[in-house]
Design a protein around this ligand. Structure first.
Ligand SMILES: Nc1ncnc2c1ncn2[C@@H]1O[C@H](COP(=O)(O)OP(=O)(O)OP(=O)(O)O)[C@@H](O)[C@H]1O
Ligand SMILES: [Mg+2]
Length: 368
């Protein structure tokens, strides 16, 4: 298929009354058949984006496209989209079969066809045999699967899932993460999943959009976002990180903690103030003589697989280390790391700024 884009947002703004906008010129593309996650703190606009995709509301400005057609004013029931809501919104007075069959009955589908489609959908979510059960006799995880069966039975092009796992306990939640991901692969339908849990987003997604205060901070694969966070917000929100103030001496050379280090970053101003991110698992404990940095150990916690060690360098920067080696509180230890482990960020840079910067830098070097 030539064009794989199924949904496109172009500069979408959403404002309620005279309040400040909850979405500020959001643009993105969703490709067919992938698992997307909208990730961000409470109130950042995740549900608002889902509602705009589903057609429950219209943008204040900007455009929403579905398969290349502008759909700003197309109502929800005319879109090839189904939503799984956080509370599942199942009908408590109907049994499992009737909950799943509901949409098909409204479409006035023939009984034999309904029977077949509902059975198929229930088999898909491992609930065959549960047709006659009442909703209030089902566990949280089972209800969740009924809600998904009710969405897939309509054979939509896109399924929207608004924090569908947040009501489940940790073990069930992890199981459902695998199940949902597996289900998406088998169905090949585009899933847009909302969560504020970064681990869940990293584990499940083909692509993540990190949102804050109504703007997309960064989009990319889980590894892109984890390894190359674009700014402090993303670095902080996704996983644990060491973020220290630094100075970019020149391309491939950065200074922090009173020393200069080789790095792989380029395209910044000489002597520009920047921030540096190093993930705790990229720091290796050595003797103080062998380390690139020397840190005095302030605290240590055993986390099962690794120790979490916290210390300070002589410049006063705090360093968090994940290591299978144990340290002793009060000792001075060395920290070693590769140039690739250093990730340089500009203050408050957005993805758009970053792309522009890279482009103009590459242009510049072409003419030199
Ligand atoms: N109908 C509305 N009228 C006024 N303000 C609204 C309306 N719907 C949402 N908002 C506001 O828009 C902002 C974004 O809301 P949204 O529900 O999209 O956040 P969210 O990212 O889904 O948060 P959560 O993780 O808590 O569900 C919030 O500040 C919310 O109060
Ligand atoms: Mg929400």
């Amino acid at each position: 298929m030539e064009n794989q884009t199924i949904i496109r947002f172009e500069n979408v703004t959403k404002q309620f009354d005279a309040n400040p906008p909850v979405l500020n010129g959001v643009s993105f593309e969703i490709e067919r058949g992938k698992f997307y996650t909208l990730l961000g703190p409470s109130g950042c606009g995740k549900t608002t984006i889902l509602r705009l995709i589903a057609g429950f509301m219209e943008p204040t400005a900007g455009d929403v496209f579905f398969n290349g057609k502008r759909v700003n004013h197309v109502p929800a029931n005319k879109r090839q989209v189904n939503t799984v809501f956080q509370d599942y919104a199942l009908f408590p007075h109907l049994n499992v079969f009737e909950n799943v069959a509901f949409g098909l009955r409204i479409k006035k589908m023939k009984k034999a066809e309904i029977d077949q489609k509902v059975k198929e959908a229930l088999r898909f979510v491992n609930l065959d045999g549960y047709e006659d059960r009442e909703i209030n006799e089902m566990s949280g995880g089972q209800r969740q699967r009924v809600a998904i069966a009710r969405a897939i039975v309509n054979e939509p092009e896109v399924i929207l899932l608004d924090e569908p796992l947040s009501a489940l306990d940790l073990k069930l939640r992890t199981e459902m993460q695998y199940e949902l991901r597996e289900l998406q692969r088998r169905l090949g339908i585009t899933f847009i999943f909302v969560t504020h849990d970064q681990e869940e987003a990293l584990a499940m997604s083909d692509e993540i959009f990190v949102l804050n205060e109504g703007s997309i901070q960064q989009s990319g694969t889980p590894t892109d976002i984890y390894d190359e966070p674009i700014n402090r917000f993303v670095a902080d929100f996704i996983g644990e990180s060491n973020i220290v103030e630094a100075k970019m001496i020149q391309d491939f050379l950065v200074e922090f903690g009173g020393q200069q280090f080789e790095c792989v970053d380029q395209g910044l101003q000489k002597n520009e103030s920047v921030e540096v991110v190093i993930r705790p698992e990229d720091l290796e404990i050595t003797s103080p003589q062998q380390g690139k940095l020397v840190v005095k150990v302030d605290s240590q916690l055993f986390r099962g697989v690794h120790y979490e060690i916290c210390g300070y360098d002589d410049a006063g920067n705090e360093w968090l280390v994940h290591s299978t080696k144990k340290a002793i509180v009060g000792d001075r230890i060395g920290l070693d790391f590769d140039p690739e482990a250093i990730h340089v960020m500009r203050f408050d840079e957005t993805e758009e700024d970053f792309d522009k910067r890279l482009e103009s830098y590459q242009e510049g070097t072409k003419h030199e």
